[in-house]
Design a binder for this molecule. Sequence first.
Ligand code: FES
Length: 185
Amino acid sequence: MQQTSPPSAEAKTIHEDRTLGNVVDIVTRCGTSREACIKILQEVQEAYGYLPTAALRYVTEHTRITPRQIYGVATFYERFRFKPLGRHLIKVCRGTACHVRGAPQVLDAVEQELGLAEGKDTTADGEFTYEKIACFGACALAPVVVVDGQTKGGMTADKMRRLLRREAKSNDPAKGENQPDAKAE
Ligand code: FES
């Protein structure tokens, strides 16, 4: 029987090298001045979906950008994240138009369904990241959610629950859709 072994130190190094490979390219393209900070962070975020610590360390060691400057920029702009996104990104509008048409119930449904711990925005299994948005600019469709980049209007708590359960099921072969013998819902 074939034995599975834990990830080796070598595998870890290869992973880190790949991470750094991208950052080396980014720094080469954007330059090493302090003014390049936002551009570098944008590109790092685009490459990984977040700002990995190893990548930020490389930036501070090979440019004139300081850890303090990175932290200031990354915390000022909401689009930057220090943690990876989940496989599915669920954004729920909490703007006024959505609020008066039932967004609070939709928000409650998401929070109950995902069972996120206090202060967390991503489920422990890494499947869902949840964000509240001020307004998507699609108020006529209120209440609005955006799931993996797709805008869905007229959302209700029930629809939201069904949608999240469907996504969770499609991610887990043991629960359904990816199993050949599983019955359709
Ligand atoms: S208030 Fe929700 S889309 Fe504008």
